[in-house]
Design a protein around this ligand. Sequence first.
Ligand SMILES: [Zn+2]
Length: 116
Amino acid sequence: MKRTATKRMTSSPGQAPTEPRAIPAEVRREVEARSRGACEARVSYECRQRHQPARHMHHRKRKSQGGPDTAANLVHLCWVCHAYVHRMIGESLMNGLLLRSHTNDEEIEPWSTDVS
Ligand SMILES: [Zn+2]
């Protein structure tokens, strides 16, 4: 009995890709409840002048650096502050809106909303 070499040589990646941007609905709801839809950072001039609605879920420890989808790692930001946070990296590392890549997930303290 001959064995036929029918081993498949598919180039399938093996695992289904996990959507990198999908934040679990319950985490999203938790952050939204905390922010009540208002920007939680208020670091940009425009936002301080006039409250901006929060539309962006910002990862303090970047997703690309393994930052988790947890309420502590997420801040609800308006688009102006979100752009500001990523432009002013030094300042954002100081105030905790950005966390260093080596920060352990367990060390991430929840973002404090009382920045007025
Ligand atoms: Zn803002």
